[in-house]
Design a protein around this ligand. Structure first.
Ligand SMILES: [Zn+2]
Length: 281
């Protein structure tokens, strides 16, 4: 259905283009005469070109609407996955550092155990009580050292467990996001492949027209289009009203618009108003 409308529209554009070429040749002939007909023709042409540009831009807008938020959603998912991957990398690094810490503490425990053995041996051969007490203090100190290191090793082990669990949950989230990403990408590529050629062609035509329209008018067109919610900068008169904002247009103004002698804008919404016959051409 939408495809059909697009085709009709494309045909319509083609039709106006051919007519435009005919008019152009007429205009070229008139140019040498430099008569009034030329300036009149040229202003009609300007308005026709503007209207034609509007129709093409609206078609491009419709294609963009079909694509909708998909490109953004794909981007968001890709960013999220990168974020999760970084988190996993950081967790792995943190675990490595904790492992180094644990190994260091295991070395500490071994050292203390060896010292305890050594002091216990020495205690057997003490010469006096003072030496014995001193060794007892050392032994007590080394036992505390072992106790402290083992307590920390346990805590660090728990931390590693937490981090490993976090890695698993993050990996699961990454897997989910990747599935969602693939779906969105697929959806987007289907839509894009359907509309890519149409869009390319429309953009090409729009650029051709933009090349013909004087910069001042084009700037105004872009500004109005940018400010209008529906992207309409050029509208026809419909049932005595502006086709953009639907405010009534006085009969004299309607006549002026029909003459197509100059650019007339809607006094309510600022859109450029063109002859309603343009829409039927
Ligand atoms: Zn209006």
């Amino acid at each position: 259905m939408a495809e059909k409308t697009k085709k009709t529209e494309a045909k319509k554009i083609e039709k106006t283009s051919t007519r435009k070429t005919k008019e152009k040749s007429t205009a070229e002939k008139s140019e040498s005469k430099k008569n009034k007909i030329f300036s009149d023709l040229s202003s009609v042409n300007k308005l026709r070109l503007l209207y034609e540009l509007q129709i093409i831009d609206s078609s491009i807008d419709r294609i963009k609407t079909i694509r909708g938020e998909l490109p953004l959603e794909v981007q968001d998912l890709e960013d999220e996955i990168v974020g999760f991957d970084t988190r996993i990398k950081n967790l792995i690094q943190e675990i490595k550092e904790i492992d180094i810490n644990i190994n260091q503490r295991k070395v500490n425990v071994e050292k203390a155990k060896n010292l305890i053995k050594k002091y216990e041996e020495q205690q057997k051969n003490v010469r006096n009580n003072r030496e014995f007490d001193s060794l007892s203090k050392e032994l007590e100190y080394q036992s505390l050292e072992i106790e402290l290191n083992e307590k920390i090793i346990k805590e660090l082990g728990a931390k590693i467990k937490d981090k490993k669990r976090e890695i698993e949950t993050t990996k699961a989230m990454v897997a989910d996001k990747k599935i969602a990403l693939e779906e969105k990408k697929q959806e987007l590529s289907e839509i894009t492949s359907e509309t890519a050629n149409d869009e390319k062609e429309l953009i090409g035509r729009a650029n051709e027209i933009k090349y013909l329209i004087e910069q001042r008018l084009l700037t105004a067109y872009n500004k109005i289009r940018h400010n209008a919610r529906n992207g309409l900068a050029v509208v026809t008169v419909k049932r005595d009203a502006c086709g953009g904002c639907f405010n009534k247009i006085p009969p004299q103004r309607q006549l002026d618009i029909k003459m197509s002698k100059k650019v007339i804008v809607c006094e309510y919404c600022g859109r450029i108003l063109v002859d309603s016959d343009f829409a039927n051409e």
